[in-house]
Ligand binder design. Sequence first.
Ligand SMILES: Cc1cc2nc3c(=O)[nH]c(=O)nc-3n(C[C@H](O)[C@H](O)[C@H](O)COP(=O)(O)OP(=O)(O)OC[C@H]3O[C@@H](n4cnc5c(N)ncnc54)[C@H](O)[C@@H]3O)c2cc1C
Length: 386
Amino acid sequence: MTNVRMDAAEERAILDAVAVWAEKELRPVAKDHDLADEYPTAVVEQMKELGLFGATISPEYGGLGLSAWTYAQIVMKVSSIWMAPCGIFNSHLIMASAIERSGTEAQKREFLPRMATGEFRGSLGLTEPNAGSDLQAIRTVARREGDDYVVNGSKTWITNSLHGHGTLLLVKTDPRAEPRHAGMSLLIAEKGPGFVVAGKLKKMGYRAIDSCELSFQDYRVPARRLLGGVEGKGFAQTAGGLELGRINVAARGVGIGQGALEKALRYAQERSAFGKPIWNHQAIQLKLADMATQLEGARRLIEAAARKYDAGERCDLEAAMAKLAGSEAGANCAQEAMRIFGGYSYSVEYEIERYYRDAMLMCIGEGSNEILRTVIAKQLIARHPI
Ligand SMILES: Cc1cc2nc3c(=O)[nH]c(=O)nc-3n(C[C@H](O)[C@H](O)[C@H](O)COP(=O)(O)OP(=O)(O)OC[C@H]3O[C@@H](n4cnc5c(N)ncnc54)[C@H](O)[C@@H]3O)c2cc1C
């Protein structure tokens, strides 16, 4: 393992390799996997070979150590073809970055090299049936018993939890703590007895990849797997991963929008109505222009946030703005592309309906856009006090 980070040319070469792979291998299989809701095992193997499971993990631990901006460009490219596979390596990488940022050296050495190769694929176990946006309301409890924590509770919507090998599990180590976040901790939870994947959820979009309900029944985690080795830090550790997570979701939104725009540009030239290709009608031109402009604006916000992140600067405002703009651009462009395709948008043959089904999730995950607007407003006030 080396600790040398890539230069710009090397990062460009990786981007190009991902683009070639996505066009050649991903595009032909996306529709069938999505419609069958079938896990893309071969795609996962190809993503391992490309190094995507180690994309943002430091070379010191066997990863590629890509910058956030290069990573975001990879995510945009993959999502422009099929967004769901990004979910397979993204929550995995958020788990890895939490371990790299907050874990003990022993935790890093134990997990990161295995995560970088994709041998251990992780997930984020935060949401519960009664607690999504309000994570401090979780009820899953980890009670210390000798050298173990004994976990009881349930999680829902945990992506990668059926085919993955473990999850970064948000628990209450002190359910009575006030403020509530002071009693929260993260456990590196590898699958084992008592870690029950209760069922794969049927979804409107983001299909083919597994989002599941989990149940923990006297599930034992060795105490050495408490992230960072100190109780009560879990909420802050979770929040610490939000910037990269939001840049990623923003990139997924822009990727979906870009893919929808590309399909719409083609269709608008192929399809004729009233004696001319439909792009000649001003109503279609307005849509194409607004889509491209909205996407370009969102892309620039992503770049600005990612470059700040790469410079080691705080970018919560920028990442929130990028996520808001990128996800709304994705949802809007997918919807506008549906209109441009007219009745054929409803045919699964044209695949535009998949972009439409996938897009809305970007407005909900990694902080709903309602919550994000409140984050942005609070940051604005904090930065402009009177
Ligand atoms: C396909 C899919 C995959 C997912 N994968 C994962 C995963 O891998 N791991 C994981 O932990 N979770 C995952 N989630 C869960 C996701 O993170 C939550 O759905 C999300 O955080 C929203 O929580 P909620 O659904 O409980 O909505 P709620 O929190 O109940 O919110 C409902 C509505 O109220 C609004 N709202 C709530 N509070 C406020 C407020 N203070 N101000 C303004 N508006 C507010 C919200 O914006 C939303 O419009 C996934 C979800 C889906 C659908």
